[in-house]
Design a binder for this molecule. Structure first.
Ligand code: SF4
Ligand code: SF4
Length: 380
């Protein structure tokens, strides 16, 4: 199985608070290691890293390797365009930012109800089908965070889509909110290959609660928690690519080493993962994947860095030592840089309308404020 894809949405940064400060020398070493291990699939998108992912992939991949040695996937940000012409312009700029003449894979990004209607309204689906017919797009697909019933509807109405990118991981497999299993089964029913995003759930499954990790280590002592998560997704028949948003050379080295010659999980392994998921569910407070839709497809009137605060909150809640909190320090840094506090949230719900995990963000902001603002001496 050669299913590992490099997701260019969590690249290494020089400044952790600046998504555009991509550490290019390190990224190039990561890309070199990925390709030298026999993998080829590179996934980017218009808005990743505050619009700087595509140029970074252009530099680290396209300008340094023969075009035939890798495959590129990017996505039409239909949620951000306001006219057909703007969609055409974005598509042309993506090709130029990447430095490619064609896309091996091209997706409609986040095909939810609003974006599907918008794609039809601006006639973007015909535009993309024309690009496919002309050979500029080799395979046309879409990513989807919506429920299985809706996915079934889209695939029935648009049978020309050739693959679907889904959020699949062992924690969300039976989740009623995400419906990983049900969505996967819809794709199988329609005969569409599945490309997996968020197999490690935005890093949540890389660092497990002690009890869950001990359980998995008792089955395979040498497998890291992140490798369990990738193995789960890659073991599903019909899954063609499993994306990993790799941020360090160590992650690339680990992932490429075991994904190169990976055997599918056994029945007993899957049972162990189900048991681990039960243990994890008891501890992770907010099921945020860090996808950033809430800050990139929506504008918070209070300039609150939602995924950043949720990540801090989740880590704070898992913390065993309570005598000192780096999370409160990070939180105060955000505020010092002029970002809104969690307690500034006015419950306008605009972020919630685009959250694929259907998180009640405004309600959680009250908990974040209580946890990270109270008794935080670093806030002035
Ligand atoms: S609900 Fe709160 S966090 Fe979300 S956009 Fe509105 S003010 Fe910002
Ligand atoms: S709150 Fe929702 S939209 Fe925002 S980063 Fe988390 S999962 Fe994504």
């Amino acid at each position: 199985m050669n299913k590992l894809g490099f997701g260019f949405m969590r690249m290494p940064l020089v400044d952790p608070n600046d998504q555009t400060s991509i550490n290019m020398p390190l990224l190039e070493r990561m890309v070199d290691r990925f390709f030298s291990s026999g993998f080829t699939y590179c996934d980017t998108a218009w808005m990743y890293h505050d619009f700087m992912s595509e140029p970074a992939v252009g530099k680290a991949v396209v300008s340094r390797y023969p075009r035939s040695s890798f495959t590129i996937a990017s996505k039409m940000p239909v949620g951000m365009i306001r006219s057909h012409q703007e969609g055409e312009d974005v598509y042309a700029r993506q090709k130029s930012k990447l430095g490619v003449g064609f896309f091996d894979y091209y997706l409609v990004h986040n095909m939810n109800v609003a974006n599907y209607e918008r794609a039809k309204k601006f006639d973007m689906l015909s535009f993309l089908r024309d690009k496919k017919d002309s050979g500029e797009i080799l395979r046309l697909g879409f990513s989807c965070h919506d429920n299985a019933e809706y996915l079934d509807q889209v695939l029935s109405e648009c049978p020309y889509f050739e693959f679907v990118q889904l959020q699949i991981n062992y924690l969300d497999w039976e989740s009623e909110g995400v419906q990983s299993r049900k969505c996967y089964e819809v794709c199988v029913k329609h005969g569409k290959p599945v490309f997996v995003m968020e197999p490690v759930k935005g890093g949540t499954l890389a660092k497990l609660p002690a009890e869950a990790e001990a359980l998995l280590r008792s089955v395979h002592p040498d497998w890291s928690p992140a490798s369990w998560a990738l193995r789960f997704a890659a073991s599903l028949p019909g899954v063609e690519i499993v994306l990993s948003g790799m941020s360090s050379l160590a992650q690339v080295e680990e992932n490429t080493a075991f994904m190169k010659n990976m055997d599918p999980l056994s029945h007993d392994d899957v049972i162990a993962l189900q048991d681990a998921a039960e243990l994890i569910r008891k501890t992770v407070a907010i099921p945020c994947t860090g996808c950033r839709y809430c800050v990139e497809e929506s504008t918070c009137p209070k300039n609150i860095p939602i995924p950043g605060y949720f990540a801090l909150y989740n880590t704070e809640k898992l913390r065993e030592r309570r005598d000192w909190s780096p999370e409160k320090n990070y939180y105060a840094d955000y505020v010092l840089q002029g970002r809104g506090r969690a307690s500034d949230c006015i419950s306008c719900h605009s972020c919630e309308r685009v959250c694929p995990q259907r998180i009640r963000i405004s309600e959680w902001m009250r908990s974040v404020a209580k946890e990270l603002e109270e008794n935080n001496d670093m806030l002035v």
